[in-house]
Design a protein around this ligand. Structure first.
Ligand SMILES: [Zn+2]
Length: 230
């Protein structure tokens, strides 16, 4: 059994590239990618409810991006800016619309630069630092490319990293996923399952107080000190 991961106030959720083109039927489909959408949407809401920030990255390519086969790159054209393929699937789009996601960072937006990592060419690290985040919980697509690169970069930036194995899917679900998990662990990421997350340190204390002691209100704050007229 995996060790429990106690969440703290220094944690954030980073959702990597949950976009239509990476789901079955999309331009660069990741097998089983659709299976993680609803649980990631739920997890994002859970983080938000606990007061922990949620960030998302998206592949956001110009129409002639260097990673596309017609330009000599390895991938079919995908996640072109402002297309349905680049959009979030409905369940995740709904949590973005509900302001559960503090910020979405765009990557790969320059024609001549590829960016697998959510940190590459984005302000994600600055946003995490401004929010006081010390550790990131990483989920999304695809395990063997953008999740891997994001987890490694997070370690390079000095953040603790937890990767939820049940909420990522790989382009190559066999050797690719195995190599990616190994590389992430080697980089210092903790591989865990969503049900290993422990919430009692971050869930709002008022709920626990109400459950155990009834709804006695807290004492009023002390009055402000008198201001001397200068
Ligand atoms: Zn891409």
């Amino acid at each position: 059994m995996a060790a429990p991961i106690a969440l703290t106030r220094d944690d954030a959720l980073v959702v990597v590239d949950l976009q239509n083109d990476f789901l079955p039927g999309g331009a660069l489909a990741v097998g089983g990618g659709d299976a993680v959408v609803a649980p990631i949407a739920q997890l994002a809401q859970r983080f938000h409810a606990a007061g922990l920030p949620v960030y998302a990255s998206r592949d956001w390519h110009p129409p002639d991006h260097c990673s596309f086969a017609p330009q000599g790159g390895p991938w079919p054209p995908h996640c072109r800016q402002h297309t349905d393929g680049a959009a979030a699937p409905a369940a995740f789009a709904a949590v973005v619309a509900a302001a559960v996601v503090a910020a979405t960072v765009d990557k790969g937006a320059c024609r001549d630069r590829e960016a697998y990592s959510a940190f590459e060419g984005t302000d994600l690290a600055a946003r995490l630092d401004a929010a006081g985040v010390r550790r990131v919980v990483v989920v999304g697509l695809a395990t063997d490319f953008c999740v891997l690169a994001t987890a490694r970069d997070a370690r390079r930036h000095g953040y603790g990293v937890v990767v939820l194995r049940d909420l990522v899917r790989a382009v190559d679900p066999a050797a690719g996923a195995a190599a990616a998990f190994e590389a992430m662990a080697r980089a210092g990421a903790v591989l865990a399952a969503t049900d290993a997350l422990v919430w009692d340190r971050v869930d709002r204390p008022v709920a626990a107080r109400d459950a155990t002691r009834g709804s006695r209100p807290p004492p009023p704050p002390p009055p402000p000190p008198p201001r001397s007229a200068a």
